[in-house]
Write a protein that binds this ligand. Sequence first.
Ligand SMILES: Cc1cc2nc3c(=O)[nH]c(=O)nc-3n(C[C@H](O)[C@H](O)[C@H](O)COP(=O)(O)OP(=O)(O)OC[C@H]3O[C@@H](n4cnc5c(N)ncnc54)[C@H](O)[C@@H]3O)c2cc1C
Ligand SMILES: Cc1cnn(-c2ccc(OCc3ccccc3)c(C(=O)O)c2)c1-c1ccc(Cl)c(F)c1
Length: 445
Amino acid sequence: EKSTSRQSRKKVVAVVGGGLVGALNACFFAKRGFDVELFESREDIRRAKIVKGRSINLALSHRGRQALKHVGLEEKIVAKGIPMHARMIHSLNGKQSPIPYGRKGQVSLTNFCNIFPLTAAETYPNTKMNFDHKLQDWNAETGLMTFARLDGSKEQVKTDLIVGCDGAFSAVRKQFLRRSRFDYSQTYIPHGYMELTMLPINGEFAMKPNYLHIWPRNTFMMIALPNLDKTFTCTLFMPFEDFEKITTGDEVIEFFQKYFPDTIPLIGADTLQRDYFRLPAQAMVSVKCNPYHIGDACVLMGDAAHAVVPFYGQGMNAGFEDCIVFDEIMDQFNEDFSAVLPEYTRVRVPDDHAIADLAMYNYIEMRAHVNSKWFLFRKYVDNILYFFMPKTIIPLYTMVTFTRTRYHEAVKRWHWQNKVKYLEKMCTTHECNLILMGLFVPLNS
Ligand SMILES: Cc1cc2nc3c(=O)[nH]c(=O)nc-3n(C[C@H](O)[C@H](O)[C@H](O)COP(=O)(O)OP(=O)(O)OC[C@H]3O[C@@H](n4cnc5c(N)ncnc54)[C@H](O)[C@@H]3O)c2cc1C
Ligand SMILES: Cc1cnn(-c2ccc(OCc3ccccc3)c(C(=O)O)c2)c1-c1ccc(Cl)c(F)c1
């Protein structure tokens, strides 16, 4: 007879937050045969009239691709993305210098252009998408969630597991903050970011498309990623106090003339002045917390668990990797949430804290030291050492971006390599530098 006991009926998983990580998680749980209820506060952005938020512009790399591959999305998404095989470093004098990410065609970042995971989640018969459902509160003892609707009504839902994927300002995480022994820290950095669009010129990309374009100017940095519609999305990173100093169109042009002169003809002075004042600069916050779970009832993933500053291009990749790590632990512990959740915290917290630290380290290093010359020098040295000692000196950026080396292991190895590479710092003699550059083999070696 039909058993209604909790053990045998299909378990219901609530995924709160229909962003990138929530949508991908819905696929992971649905693929396992759970009934998935996805709750998203916004309306369905795929049906929204305005295009805003429809196409995003993020660098997808190995970790994220492996997660997408697990639910059969990798090929579709990579086909719709644009591969970036190298950085293109823009110097103040307008010179562009490419530095490959690895051997030709071997590794690349992909510009992730579409919100596929939502559509993919919908294709599973055992998923239900609930848009216009904003989580207001939930009870950690009973698991009962209260959602607010735009028409002011409320809806209460109870499921077997709550997966909090509701981003950096997570409502799910609010309940964690009220509990004992929950560690939480958030740090806003003094920089803000602003997105500017670089339109095609005569129907063609304004710059070479298969590159991550970077203008490193110490405190000021800009990047540009290509889009399928032949535009580039430029992201300007600058301290809020510098954004605030620029209040007129002329001051915008004056600023770009001084720091990013080659972009004025590419973006266009009018577009630049209009786009600059369209939206205010946005803040960037770094959030770390521990544990990621409560009992067998709730687990946090993605930015809800670990928002990172975007100076490593890893936020989404780390969130996507959360999904695979959780899934692997579900296999190890036979989907027993009371064992899976604590193990997920034990395994994943060190890694997500490590990438949060690495991203913050990159930010501090880039704003302090990195102009075009320094960027080029550092990456040449990395690539040459890697070429001559591929098993010994793997650039940190390569480990983080192009492998699934656990983030905290990458940091440990990087510290070890720095001991080996301390020559780079101590080196003063010409000969010593040549050894480093692999151009000179000491006679007594
Ligand atoms: C400038 C910038 C550049 C970046 N570049 C990169 C990059 O190149 N590569 C990369 O990997 N990452 C990058 N990131 C990071 C990446 O954008 C995030 O890590 C990623 O979007 C996090 O996804 P998420 O699904 O966890 O959270 P979000 O994308 O924030 O999604 C959260 C979802 O939950 C919904 N929600 C929120 N509150 C509630 C509620 N109470 N109830 C119901 N739903 C709710 C929201 O509407 C949203 O849809 C960048 C970030 C920034 C800011
Ligand atoms: C979106 C995305 C994807 N990856 N990266 C990234 C980040 C840092 C990098 O090196 C740091 C470094 C260079 C030189 C010396 C020390 C450190 C490299 C690299 O090695 O190419 C690539 C970004 C990104 C995001 C924001 C800014 Cl501001 C930016 F410039 C790039």
